[in-house]
Write a protein that binds this ligand. Structure first.
Ligand code: GDP
Length: 282
């Protein structure tokens, strides 16, 4: 029976592809390609440095593994002496990351439509576990970059809000969470994650208010598109990620890190805390 058992194990490994998908979004230059390349390199340390030739023109899908010492939602109470840790080292948990281009035009056609398709998918193989929205925290001091970034994030959150509102209330727990990966914390010009959060919230609030005003003006001549929706609630309360979580159930977390400084404690622990966020979605 041994050969048959081995055969079955092998077959299972091949037949059940990893089904935890994460979508990587964010403006061009934020570090998305660098992040996926790093994850790939960390997943296969034996092979020589990843030769990925990711272009920024189309999206790529990579399968990577979670470091064995990063807890997942299902094993977070595991002790360090747990034998399953050794097992995890031998057989790491895998997940898939889809990297998308971030340029203005491509963003709408690829990033957002990719999100729409994945967010609606009921197929377990393409089901979306979470969105990682990457930002360059050094570039965010520029007004134009802040507006551009906040507009993109606003549009992403609106897609997730529409999905949440269309779903049945029993699926409340399956809302897709968003990690705002506050990248490039190694640069001394970088904004700390707390102020990245404040700036994005304030800018999204502005976007939302001007959209609301536009809708009110438009409703006067009754050409209102009923697909139009306001992020969060329609009240005058200012926008915050807390509000969105409370009103819609979509969770947004801003966590600092650096693709460049990975493995160097002083840079917000590299990408470690993003991997921990991913682990909690698995
Ligand atoms: P993408 O357009 O979002 O895919 O961005 P890229 O991955 O191409 O990165 C844009 C630039 O930022 C590249 O020159 C990267 O080397 C650089 N970069 C990425 N992550 C970091 C980081 O954590 N720190 C610093 N200093 N530079 C980074």
């Amino acid at each position: 029976g041994v050969p048959i058992t081995l055969h079955l194990i092998f077959f299972q490994a091949v037949a059940s592809p990893p089904s935890s998908n994460f979508l990587l979004l964010g403006p061009s230059g934020a570090g998305k390609t660098a992040f996926t390349t790093l994850l790939e390199a960390k997943s296969s340390p034996a092979s020589k440095k990843s030769q990925s030739t990711h272009t920024s023109q189309q999206s790529t899908l990579v399968t990577v593994s979670l470091p064995p010492d990063v807890p997942t939602a299902s094993n977070r109470y595991r002790s360090v002496n747990d034998p399953s840790l050794k097992e995890a080292a031998r057989n790491p948990i895998k997940y898939r990351v889809r990297d998308t281009p971030g340029h203005g035009k491509l963003r709408v056609s690829q990033g957002l439509s990719e999100l729409q398709a994945m967010a609606q998918s009921k197929d377990i193989k393409t089901r979306l576990r979470g969105v990682v929205f990457m930002v360059d925290t050094a570039a965010l001091v520029g007004e134009a970059t802040l507006r551009d970034t906040a507009t993109y994030l606003h549009d992403v959150l609106l897609v997730l809000q529409k999905r949440a509102k269309n779903g049945s209330s029993s699926k409340r727990t399956s809302e897709i969470p968003v990690l705002v990966a506050a990248n490039k914390q190694d640069l001394f010009t970088a904004l700390p994650p707390g102020s990245v959060k404040e700036k994005l919230e304030a800018e999204i609030d502005r976007i939302r208010k001007s959209k609301n005003k536009g809708l009110l003006d438009a409703s006067a001549d009754s050409t209102l598109d009923d697909d139009e929706e306001i992020l969060g609630n329609d009240d005058l309360e200012s926008f915050s990620f807390k509000l969105l979580e409370h009103e819609v159930g979509v969770k947004v977390e801003v966590v600092g890190g650096a693709v460049k400084g990975d493995q160097q404690e002083e840079y917000g622990s590299g990408v470690r805390r993003w991997e921990e966020w991913i682990g909690m979605c698995l």
